[in-house]
Design a binder for this molecule. Structure first.
Ligand SMILES: [Zn+2]
Length: 558
């Protein structure tokens, strides 16, 4: 049988003898992707969503993508003097990686032993180890022996460069085409089974080693740069009460699924009766919690924040420096560093001196969002009295509509929209059932925000209350076959960036002209407005405050 030449089309008849480095790179990529990645393919095959024929096709496509990715890396080394040592390194690393992952049932990331994928291997370990040793020989040594014996074609640097560029283009086209065709499966897999990426062998080992090296050489960032060092509070008019602002950070909520904003199903009936202002055209800074949250709390706005080379203090530092009492209460995976220098608490931990959390709200350390509202008076009482006297800001960080398990975000007895999707495999759900599950989570957020307002109304004797709610980003619910969120901002659809923004104030509160906010409900706003609106509402004076970004600035009586 003749050797198949991947790049035969560009090989002139007079080409020198031997295997072209690019051909070797692609053959090795196929070998590594298909055989040396057996722990990855076995793991995927065992997942319930890939038990079907479609699942098998996806696994083959995934294999194609890994082939392309490996080829892309190996093409960089596809030169006659470098291809053999680099391939030898890849083959040995891959065989060792497969052996390691297969024997210990772990994935390879920078902590090396993070995620145990299977637990039932102990009984058959001896048999497995023998098979895996044979596997190491077959995967690593056999191709290595063959590789050492073949002759490598000697082309001029220029001719080899042209081939390699074509090879890289082919790898990129292959990966791009497969990713587009299987985007829903791919994004679902990467979200539900994050550890899968650490099974891609041997790139996982090289990546992990690079990360360890980077961490070892990383310079400490030092403390964040001070922001708003001059922050003070406008002296309160005699006879007025200190402000109490609830700043609710929503999660994964879409503006166009709030009936307040014109959505058909009644997802926000309670807020509709409470006289809130819903700004309908607000956009997020990022498309994921990790990118949006620091940007929301930056006082510099999206573009300046994204070009920062060092961490800066945020809105909460400025508020605290101005003398206000600040508290962050979290019902999610933490505040992404935003509450590092202010008092913070977990919704799953009872407030000091208050009763245990009811099991109807919290189970196994995970709480429904109403837990954020429990014992807020006790949490406030624990803050310094001199600060409370000047004003209080409480950030409530919601679990909101965090996917893909939307059905877990509303209590069983409060699900107005039926039937509801109850699986993490969103693309397998009936579309309407998926939307119902999501809408139930929005309806529950309506309950939580209405509960927050009801609580604020109990504080009017001592405080001037206000609530400001904004989600961190939106969500794709199957539009154009996209799910969840986190696409790069420039490519992300509107569903992932159009967020609800709701404000509640008692009539004529905080010396704001009535109807002034109402006139702005259709204006375009963004996370850039959040910090400055909060500073404006609370009367914080500092050089970093920009009245043009404060929604309430035009409404303040002169
Ligand atoms: Zn988020």
């Amino acid at each position: 049988m003749r050797h198949h030449r991947f790049n035969a089309a560009v090989t002139p008849a007079s080409a020198p003898e031997g295997w072209n480095p690019l051909t070797l790179a692609w053959l090795a990529s196929l070998w590594l992707a298909s055989l040396a990645n057996w722990p990855l393919w076995f793991t995927l095959r065992d997942l319930p969503e890939f038990a079907s024929a479609h699942g098998l096709v996806f696994i083959l496509a995934f294999c194609g993508m890994v082939t392309g990715l490996t080829a892309l890396a190996l093409t960089l080394a596809a030169w006659r003097w470098s291809i053999k040592p680099v391939l030898a390194l890849f083959l040995v690393a891959a065989a060792a990686g497969a052996h390691f992952m297969g024997t210990y049932n772990v994935v390879i990331d920078s902590t090396m032993i993070v995620n145990v994928l299977h637990t039932d291997a102990r009984e058959t370990r001896d048999l497995l180890s023998l098979r895996l040793f044979v596997g190491f020989i077959v995967l690593g040594i056999v191709p290595l022996v063959w590789l050492l014996r073949v002759r490598v074609q000697r082309l001029s640097v220029w001719r080899q460069l042209k081939r390699n560029l074509l090879g890289m283009l082919a790898a990129i086209v292959l990966m791009g085409a497969l990713l587009l065709m299987f985007f829903a499966d791919m994004s679902g897999t990467m979200r539900n089974y994050r550890q899968v990426r650490y099974l891609i062998n041997p790139l996982n080992s090289f990546y992990a080693m690079a990360m360890v090296a980077v961490d070892a050489h990383a310079k400490p960032n030092g403390p964040p740069l001070v922001v708003g060092a001059d922050a003070t509070l406008t002296p309160r008019t005699p006879g007025t009460k200190p402000p109490l602002l609830l700043l609710v950070v929503g999660e994964t909520a879409r503006a166009d699924h709030f009936s307040l904003n014109g959505y058909g199903p009644k997802t926000t009936p309670k807020l509709a009766t409470l006289g809130v202002q819903s700004f309908r055209e607000a956009s997020s800074c990022g498309t994921s919690t990790a990118t949006s949250l620091p940007c929301m709390f930056s006082v510099f706005g999206k573009s300046a924040f994204e070009s920062e080379s060092r961490p800066h203090e945020n809105l909460l530092d400025v508020l605290q420096r101005a003398g206000l009492a600040v508290l962050w209460v979290d019902n999610q995976a933490g505040c992404k560093g935003q509450c590092a220098r202010v008092p913070h608490a977990d919704a799953s931990t009872p407030a000091p001196g208050s009763a245990a959390l009811p099991t109807s709200l919290c189970q196994d350390g995970e709480c429904l969002d109403e837990a954020l509202l429990l014992a807020l008076d006790a949490r406030i009482a624990a803050l310094p009295a001199d600060r409370r006297e000047r004003g209080i800001v409480i950030v409530l960080h919601q679990m909101g509509s965090h996917g893909p398990a939307y059905w877990k975000r509303s209590p069983p007895d409060r699900k107005p929209f039926q039937p509801e999707c109850r699986t993490n495999v969103l693309q397998q759900c009936d579309r309407q059932a998926l939307i119902n599950g999501y809408d139930n989570s929005i309806a529950y957020t309506d309950d939580v925000l209405a509960g927050a307002i009801t609580w604020l109304q109990t504080r009017t004797a001592t405080n001037e209350p206000a609530m400001f709610y904004m989600s961190d980003h939106g969500e794709s619910l199957g539009e154009n076959n996209l799910y969840l969120h986190g696409l790069p901002y420039a490519f992300a659809p509107r569903e992932q960036k159009h967020v609800p923004m709701v404000m509640w104030l008692p009539p004529d509160a905080m010396a704001l002209k009535s109807d002034c906010l109402t006139a702005q409900l259709n204006n375009h706003f963004s996370h850039d407005n959040l910090s400055h609106t909060v500073m404006g509402l609370l009367g914080v004076q500092t050089e970093v405050y920009r009245p043009a970004l404060d929604i309430t600035a035009p409404c303040r009586a002169p």
